[in-house]
Design a binder for this molecule. Structure first.
Ligand code: SAM
Length: 213
């Protein structure tokens, strides 16, 4: 890894920060996804950090949620284990490379796939490949909750406009329906929710993405 992801998480300490506002929006969108259905839910979060966008929402949900979190950094994964235990939820926290399918392929299909803090760190080709793979990772009617920053330092995208707009286009081209897209006028984070009616039977590639920044 090239970035200090512990330092990145420190911005959460300021409740007024853009990152904290994004967190709140992700939680709102996850809660809305969970409220839309009935019955048990399988949730997979890739590059989950300490799981703070997922754990409290699942703890407050009316439905049973089977949670798998995948995070490369051992300390952040350990924080997720502690966070889940103190929230009273059972979570399968895996310390490993979320870009590699074998790290999580045994829990597929899932109803909710969280890709928060991923797309701004990978190439445009990897965004496309990950969205394409998501079509084979979801159960029918499953949702992806994703984020993308605009004006990310050393942004890996080749697109000149707001890169979140390209992510939206990629989901639509892959057959997803857009359920939500949040683009605050005064902040650079974007949060999207995309739903897939009919999953694909295409095989999932061995590797979806590698962080490039
Ligand atoms: C931008 S942060 C997002 C964290 C969390 N999803 C959030 O929104 O709070 C990216 C996270 O991905 C983790 N990460 C980087 N490369 C990874 C990989 N190949 N597999 C799993 N996690 C990775 C970092 O350690 C970091 O916690």
């Amino acid at each position: 890894m090239t970035r200090d992801w512990h330092a990145w998480h420190e911005e959460y300490a300021d409740p007024a920060s853009s990152l904290s506002r994004r967190l709140e929006e992700v939680r709102i969108q996850l809660a809305a996804v969970l409220e839309r259905g009935t019955g048990p839910v399988r949730l997979l979060s890739l590059c989950s950090g300490d799981g703070r966008d997922t754990i409290p929402v699942v703890a407050g949900a009316e439905r049973d949620v089977v949670v798998t979190l995948v995070e490369l950094d051992e300390e952040l994964a350990a924080a997720a284990v502690v966070g889940a235990a103190s929230a009273g939820i059972a979570a399968d926290v895996r310390t490993g490379d979320a870009g590699v399918a074998t790290t999580w392929s045994d829990v597929l299909p899932v109803d909710v796939l969280m890709l928060c803090g991923v797309f701004g760190n990978v190439t445009d080709a990897a965004v496309k490949g990950t969205v394409a793979a998501a079509r084979s990772m979801l159960a029918p009617g499953g949702s992806v909750i994703w984020t993308r920053g605009n004006r990310v330092p050393d942004d890996p995208t080749g697109h000149l406009d707001d890169p979140a707009e390209q992510v939206r286009r990629v989901f639509l081209a892959a057959g997803f329906e857009e359920v939500a897209f949040v683009r605050p006028a005064d902040a650079s984070y974007r949060v999207g929710v995309a739903r897939l009616a009919e999953p694909s039977a295409e095989p999932i590639p061995d590797r979806l993405f590698t962080f490039v920044r």
